[in-house]
Design a protein around this ligand. Structure first.
Ligand code: ATP
Length: 290
């Protein structure tokens, strides 16, 4: 379980995060999304004891990272920078980390196989591709069999097969009762794995909740000969209307309603498409709202 409460971090006059509050629950994958510079890494770094909060708290299983008795057995982290020394082989990196967390060498072999790096285990990590380094980071995070996993942009550099593999790892971890918190700007990928989302913008939480309550709704894309006239008519019948250039985006009416109204008003329709709302749509409307 991860609990972030009223978390605030300031660097001089910059509020990197401000009053950030959310929970990542066991058995669920929670996605942390935000534009560049919105405060994701700051939040995760404080959670992992790499930076101090100015105010508020970020707790793992009820404790701050520095108060955990066996941190490597309670939380596994995949951070953007990666931790392996470029001169070390994948195998020796994992053995060193295993010693630190009191894990057996057998587990190292098992994990190398699990993350698909057994054939590259004796290569220097400096010669690894970005995707291979990410797989090594995942293996390192899983070494101590922690119940909490924290990942910062872990899908970066993975090819589509690697991304599908990582989603499987995270889903299985949650299905086994673990807690997963992952930051990502790959929203289509995140949509396939997250149960809950926390959306942050300019250091503040814009939305937090179940992903299935946020997406999956429908709206209509309407391209027509007289957008202003149809816009007014749609609003008259209770629809919510927005514009994407010359195209109207309409929620709250069916395609039949729109077709009938256009016919009645003698406005030619050039395009009428039903779209499903995705995380990216919701995210952009929240992140770009004034
Ligand atoms: N050490 C630091 N000193 C000064 N400002 C910082 C420091 N670390 C972060 N910031 C600022 O805090 C804000 C949040 O940064 P943070 O790295 O947490 O964002 P992010 O959401 O992880 O961004 P990205 O997606 O680009 O990694 C930014 O304005 C950033 O410039």
């Amino acid at each position: 379980m991860i609990e972030v409460r009223d978390l605030t971090k300031t660097y001089g006059r910059v509020h990197a995060v401000q009053d950030v509050t959310f929970t990542a629950s066991p058995g669920r994958v929670t996605g942390l999304v935000g534009l560049n510079g919105s405060g994701k890494s700051t939040t995760l770094r404080i959670l992992l004891g790499l930076s101090r909060a100015t105010r508020g708290a970020a707790l793992i299983n009820g404790k701050r990272y520095r108060d955990l008795r066996h941190p490597l057995r309670q939380v596994g982290a995949v951070l953007e920078q990666g931790l392996a020394h470029p001169g070390q082989t994948g195998y020796s990196h994992l053995v060193t980390q295993a010693l630190l967390s009191g894990t057996s060498r057998d587990r190292v072999k098992e994990l190398l196989d699990f993350v698909g790096l057994d054939a590259a285990a004796s290569k220097r990590t400096g010669d690894y591709s970005l995707g291979m380094r990410q797989r090594l980071s995942v293996a390192t995070a899983l070494l101590g069999e922690p119940d909490v996993l924290v990942l910062d942009e872990a899908a970066n550099g993975l090819d589509p097969a690697g991304m599908a593999w990582l989603r499987g790892v995270l889903r299985r971890h949650a299905a086994d009762g673990g807690t997963v918190l992952i930051s990502s700007h790959l929203l289509n990928d995140l949509e396939q794995v997250a149960d809950d989302v926390v959306i942050i913008g300019q250091g503040r939480v814009l939305h937090t909740g179940r992903l299935d309550a946020l997406i999956g709704g429908t709206r209509l894309r309407v391209r027509c000969g007289d957008p202003a006239r149809l816009w007014a008519a749609f609003e008259h019948y209770g629809a919510t209307v927005a514009a994407d250039g010359q195209v109207l985006l309409v929620s709250g009416l069916t395609a039949e309603n729109v077709g009938d109204l256009a016919l009645h008003l003698q406005v030619p329709l050039y395009e009428l498409v039903t779209e499903t709302t995705h995380l990216e749509d919701v995210f952009l409307s929240l992140a770009e709202a004034p």
